[in-house]
Design a binder for this molecule. Structure first.
Ligand code: PMT
Length: 405
């Protein structure tokens, strides 16, 4: 979880500074890029050389000791950090953070960073319980600063009580779990494969004419983009759509319902989630004419046959896949949606009333209702298709993680 993360470890002046060496060592061994900033008092307890050797990076103690002329050190470090850990944090360091003092390398970096900050206090028990320290910590908590509580036990000053710096293993475990939590929140579909269909299929009548529908592909493309942003591997199977596919995803272009059927069946097994946002033709000419059909007589009869129902086939063949169908309706939304969900064996069905203002074909927004086997589970009012996509996939991620009943 910490591999590749840039972590600033701020060490302030207490005897527990020696434990920061073990923490930095664990972080560095786990693949984190560790940059240490020490206060002048910390440097009285542990040496720069020790921490530099462990982290393989220069240790910062002086704001004016600029070693790389191309950057301003405290701003550069502040910008690059994924997390700032202050361990041990003295009462003085906590007070400086609370009041925004910036008189050394660590305090200026703390003001300059927008990265999350976690503080592991270590001090005498009476200091830790002093109302000023308690109030300062409360202020920092309200600002979003996180804490790894000190332990209870024998303190270096001779007292027994709360104030011992949490053990390096405990701080390390907190950091790992922090990145794990953040990873799940930001990329809840990480490790999943999502297959999305989008656009309207084209069924040829002859070389110059075809049957299609009004789908622009916007809804399906938005779902593909949101899935990618949420960490999934995405395969977009796109029929006729006049927009560019989002970058970073695999795209297969298809024309007809049969082409889409073949592509979906080929890639179904490797997918964890299948979203059928495409508007697939229900009928196609029995035979597409090889030459342009000439005008003759008063009427022309086209013989149509049913196309394969891709979603129904996916529903019939699915093993572990989570299947989401769409329903484009003009009336009786709930009844038709529930009927499609059951007939096509979907896990979820997203219904849109395509006659509603701000919803359906070609629009940038949509209004949808999401159903599962038990009925309506969520109604999304008019919002951008990108937002519908994000909310839908968040719901799916929650279901897959067992968070949403
Ligand atoms: O593309 P946009 O302009 O952004 O518009 C979005 C949309 C209106 C197309 C989209 O929100 C939507 O509703 N897509 C489904 C359209 C549709 O074909 O609905 P349907 O009710 O006819 O079909 C039900 C489901 O079965 C759909 O998931 C469809 O993909 C699937 N189906 C239908 C027929 C068929 N032969 N094979 C299928 O897989």
């Amino acid at each position: 979880m910490v591999k590749g993360k840039t972590i600033i470890v701020g060490i302030t002046g207490g005897i527990a500074a020696y434990k920061a060496i073990a923490l930095c060592s664990k972080l560095a061994q786990s693949g984190a890029e560790v940059h240490v900033i020490m206060t002048k008092s910390a440097a009285k307890f542990v040496t720069e050389l020790t921490l530099q050797t462990i982290t393989r990076h220069p240790v910062y103690t002086d704001t004016f000791d600029e070693r790389d002329p191309s950057v301003v050190s405290h701003i550069d470090l502040a910008d690059r950090a994924d997390l700032v850990v202050i361990a041990p944090a003295t009462a003085n360091a906590i007070a400086k953070m609370t009041y925004g003092l910036a008189d050394d390398m660590l305090s200026t970096t703390l003001l300059a960073t927008t990265a999350p900050i976690v503080v592991a206090p270590a001090m005498n028990v009476h200091m830790y319980e002093h109302p000023t320290v308690v109030a300062n910590m409360e202020t920092l908590r309200k600002r979003g600063v996180m804490f790894v509580e000190p332990g209870f036990g024998q303190l270096a000053c001779g007292y027994v009580g709360k104030g011992r710096l949490a053990e390096p293993e405990e701080i390390f475990a907190w950091i790992e779990s922090f990145f794990a939590r953040r990873g799940r929140r930001n990329e809840p579909l990480k490790g999943r494969s999502v297959l999305v269909t989008a656009g309207g299929t084209i069924e040829r009548i002859d070389p110059v004419r075809y049957i299609t529908n009004d789908s622009s592909g916007k809804m399906g493309f938005a779902i593909a983009e949101a899935a990618h942003a949420m960490g999934a591997r995405v395969h977009l199977i796109a029929a006729n759509a006049a927009i560019d596919p989002p970058s970073g995803i695999q795209v297969t272009r298809v024309v007809s319902a049969q082409d889409m059927f073949d592509a979906v069946m080929r890639h179904m097994a490797e997918s964890d989630i299948i979203v059928k946002a495409a508007a697939v033709a229900d009928y196609r000419p029995v035979q597409a004419a090889l030459r342009k059909i000439k005008k003759s007589g008063g009427e022309l009869t086209l013989h149509l046959e049913k196309t394969p129902d891709i979603l129904q086939e996916v529903g019939a063949r699915k093993t572990t896949q989570y299947v989401i169908g769409f329903a484009a309706e003009t009336d009786n939304l709930e009844q038709y949606a529930m009927d499609k969900l059951r007939r096509k064996n979907c896990d979820l069905l997203v219904a849109n009333d395509v006659t509603a203002e701000g919803a359906g074909f070609g629009k940038d927004t949509n209004i949808v209702q999401i159903y599962d086997r038990n009925g309506l589970v969520e109604t999304l009012p008019q919002m951008a298709k990108s937002e519908v996509a994000f909310r839908l996939l968040q719901f799916v991620a929650g279901r897959l993680a067992g968070e949403t009943d």
